[in-house]
Design a protein around this ligand. Structure first.
Ligand code: GAR
Length: 209
C-alpha cells in the first residue's frame, strides 16, 4: 500500500482528481494519509474533509523564519510516514532537507510542457499568460520528480493540449486541467504505487505493467 501526502494551496481540483481516482479504482493500492495546506482558506481542505481525509495547515507566515518553518514542516510530514509526497498546486518552496530525505519520492504537477514556461515566477495562471503572450500553439502539463531546482527534476509524464484562438488564461487553464492534469497526476501515482517508475541517469524509465 503506497501511503501519500498531498500538498495543496488553493482550489484542489488535482487533489479531487486523486480522491476520485482512488474511489473509482483508477489508482489502486494507495491511501491518501494526509492533505497538507499552507493556506487555511484553501477549498482543497474542504475537499479533504468531505472525503474523510486528515488534513493539517502549516504556513511560513506563522514562523519567525524559514528555517523554523522548514524544520516543523518536515517534522510534521515525517509523523505520517508516507512513501510519496504529491504537490498538487502547492505554492511553497519545498525545504532542501525534505528534498534530500525524500529523494525521488516527491512529485509535482506543472501546467506546461517543461522545460517551457516553468521555473521561478511560473505558477498557476501566470503559466497560461506566458503561453498566450508568446503565441505558442501547443501547451500541456508535466508530472515530474522534485529536485533542488524549480521544475528541474526528472520528467515522469507529459500530455499536450492545443491552444485555441480566443483563449484567455482562465479558459486555457481549465482545458489544460481537463485534458491533461486530472489524468496525468493519478496515472503517475498509479505507476509509482506499482513500482513501475525508476530514475536512471536523471531520467525516468517506465517499466511495462
Ligand atoms: C494547477 O494548474 C497546477 O498545475 C498548478 O496550480 C494549479 C492548482 O490547481 N501548479 C503550479 O503552477 C505549480 N508550479 P488546483 O488547486 O485546482 O489543483
Amino acid at each position: 500500500m503506497l501511503k501519500i501526502a498531498v500538498c495543496v494551496s488553493g482550489g484542489g481540483t488535482n487533489l479531487q482528481a486523486l480522491l476520485d481516482a482512488v474511489d473509482s479504482g483508477v489508482i489502486t493500492d494507495t491511501k491518501i494519509s494526509v492533505v497538507i495546506s499552507n493556506n487555511k482558506n484553501a477549498y482543497a481542505l474542504e475537499r479533504a474533509a468531505k472525503a474523510g481525509i486528515e488534513s493539517l495547515c502549516i504556513s511560513p507566515k506563522d514562523f519567525h523564519n524559514r528555517e523554523e518553518f522548514n524544520r516543523e514542516f518536515l517534522r510534521k510530514l515525517n509523523t505520517y510516514q508516507v512513501d510519496l509526497v504529491v504537490l498538487a498546486g502547492f505554492l511553497v518552496v519545498i525545504p532542501p532537507e525534505m528534498i534530500s530525505q525524500y529523494k525521488n519520492r516527491i512529485i509535482n504537477i506543472h501546467p506546461s510542457l517543461i522545460p517551457s514556461f516553468c521555473g521561478k515566477g511560473y505558477y498557476g495562471l501566470k503559466v497560461h499568460e506566458g503561453v498566450l503572450n508568446r503565441g505558442v500553439k501547443i501547451t500541456g502539463a508535466t508530472v515530474h520528480f522534485v529536485d533542488e531546482g524549480t521544475d528541474t527534476g526528472p520528467i515522469i509524464l507529459q500530455k499536450e493540449v492545443l491552444v485555441k484562438e480566443n483563449d484567455t488564461p482562465e479558459i486555457l487553464q481549465r482545458r489544460v486541467m481537463e485534458e491533461a492534469e486530472w489524468n496525468l497526476l493519478p496515472k503517475a501515482v498509479e505507476l509509482i504505487a506499482h513500482n513501475r517508475i525508476q530514475v536512471k541517469d536523471g531520467k525516468v524509465v517506465i517499466t511495462e505493467g
